[in-house]
Ligand binder design. Sequence first.
Ligand code: FAD
Length: 290
Amino acid sequence: MKLPPVDYEAPKTVSEAVELLAEHLDQASVLAGGQSLIPLLALRLARPAVLIDINGIAGLSGVSAAGGWVAIGAMTREYAAEESGTVAGAVPLLAAALPMIGHEAIRSRGTIGGSLAHADPAAELPAVARALDAEFVVRSRSGERVIPAAEWFEGYLTTSRRPGELLVEVRFPAAGLGTGISFQEVARRHGDFAIVGLAASLTLSGGAISDARLAFAGISDVPVRAAGAEDLLVGERPSDRLFDEAARRATGDIDPPADLHGSSDYRKKVAAALVRRGLRAAAGNAGERQ
Ligand SMILES: Cc1cc2nc3c(=O)[nH]c(=O)nc-3n(C[C@H](O)[C@H](O)[C@H](O)COP(=O)(O)OP(=O)(O)OC[C@H]3O[C@@H](n4cnc5c(N)ncnc54)[C@H](O)[C@@H]3O)c2cc1C
């Protein structure tokens, strides 16, 4: 299907991009990897007057680590992040989730910023960002602001980014010693969006859980933290009985959507199974970071 007629701008710097966004506000769409936006245009589900293509802005790509955080430029391709030794070493949960996104051809175009700005609730990266309390750096004509993940995801394909703001960087906290991780999902085929996904991270200190993070994909219109289960886990020693109880607590009051891929009840049962699997796997590999 052909795209609708649309004006096209290709700024070379962040300042130029921000000026164009200020000029066109909600009439503009930022074009990153195009893996989600181009289909939306083709299907007439998005009708911007102008596309602001940020592929030519060199300073928006790259991974760097400093002060216990890993900063990833918004235009960093998903595949480049997957290949990054810094990501693998310092943000293992992100490294585990990246290969589950679509296929290599999609990840070689799709970007970290694009996935997180698109905010598909079934996508892997929003769940990882929510689990790890990532920070989103946006820039506009009036300056920069940093938005915590808890405030970034507002609804289905909706974030707290305002018209005129460009997502320039996403920061993830580096995993501490004794941290184990697991990204679990059930999808119809490898490369499909998850029916339900789970980002899990556990930190063990002296044999007990000192930090627990669980965030679901695919059970609501935003990624969802399982705060009650996290509270239950902290201070306890890992055991199958504890993880069964955490799965009950994480899924007791969720009300996932139903669609042709699965009923609400099916998603709820999958979510509970993923909590058990994710916690066992995370506890199992926590010893690798000593
Ligand atoms: C066949 C197929 C299978 C896929 N499977 C999966 C999957 O299993 N899991 C998954 O998570 N994703 C999947 N994807 C989506 C893929 O991860 C996309 O790359 C991603 O969702 C969007 O990234 P993008 O860089 O292509 O962004 P684009 O498509 O260019 O943009 C997406 C949205 O984000 C906005 N945007 C992009 N960058 C910025 C920025 N810097 N500042 C402000 N707004 C911005 C755009 O305006 C647009 O609204 C799949 C895609 C395809 C085509």
